[in-house]
Design a protein around this ligand. Structure first.
Ligand code: SF4
Length: 234
């Protein structure tokens, strides 16, 4: 069952990869600029949320040193947002977490071949400095200049990321969630580091035992927080 989930998500990731390449080639051919490239890593400081199957693909690929980094990130985040109940505050606090624990020392993604759809779908029409910017701290004139420079035809305004590719990523994520629902009766979605950590600790086996076992596993590990994980069975 798990292998079927993995195979389906691999196909979806390859499909999105093709979509992204083709869209970027066309946009550049029309004179547009896309700034994503190796070593530009600022989007890896954003909170990455993904589906269970994609986290499973990442979890299966990690060595012990990577798994330890992910575990420490997950536990730190769990404790940091323990008493938080709203999304804006979660996102604000998440800034304290720094970069994704899967980013390597050279500033590259250490799980690039299996990086989630949400990472693949984030394509920037502005320089990478904007990908990690805290817009709440910008002066009004700086913010206005940024917004005025956006290509409104293609971005998910007011962000500088390409809208249609983000939408495609979301649709593919939803298809993966449907696939999990079909097999397990529920579909988990959540913070990448948290999901990967829990899978390394036995969440996939608990899911195979059934919804009650999965919910118990998550609660016992202290991650039953809807800001970290959604779709947890009641
Ligand atoms: S999984 Fe890779 S691409 Fe995605 S945020 Fe982490 S380091 Fe960046």
């Amino acid at each position: 069952m798990l292998d079927q989930l993995l195979e389906q998500v691999k196909q979806q990731q390859m499909f999105l990869e093709m979509l992204v390449r083709s869209w970027v080639d066309d946009y550049r051919a029309d004179g547009g600029s896309i700034y994503c490239g190796k070593g530009c890593r600022n989007c890896c400081s954003l909170a990455v949320h993904t589906g269970f199957a994609e986290a499973l693909a990442v979890a299966r690929r990690l060595n012990e040193a990577q798994a330890e980094k992910v575990a420490s990130y997950a536990v730190r985040l769990r404790d940091l947002v323990k008493n938080v109940s709203d999304l804006p505050q979660y996102l604000r606090l998440h800034r304290q977490m720094g970069f994704c624990p899967l980013l390597d020392d050279e500033g590259a993604c250490s799980v690039y071949p299996v990086r989630p759809l949400t990472c693949r779908a984030l394509i920037s029409t502005r320089e990478s400095v904007w990908c990690g910017a805290d817009f709440s701290t910008l002066a009004p004139e700086e913010r206005e200049a940024f917004l005025a420079g956006l290509d409104r035809k293609v971005v998910a305004f007011p962000s500088h990321y390409v809208a249609t590719l983000q939408e495609s990523g979301k649709e593919l994520e939803e298809a993966a969630a449907q696939h999990m629902r079909l097999h397990f009766g529920f579909a988990l979605y959540g913070n990448l580091g948290v999901l990967v950590h829990l899978i390394r600790k036995g969440l996939a086996e608990a899911c195979q035992e059934g919804p009650a076992a999965a919910a118990r596993f998550i609660a016992q590990a202290g991650f039953d927080n809807p800001l970290l994980l959604t779709g947890v069975p009641e």
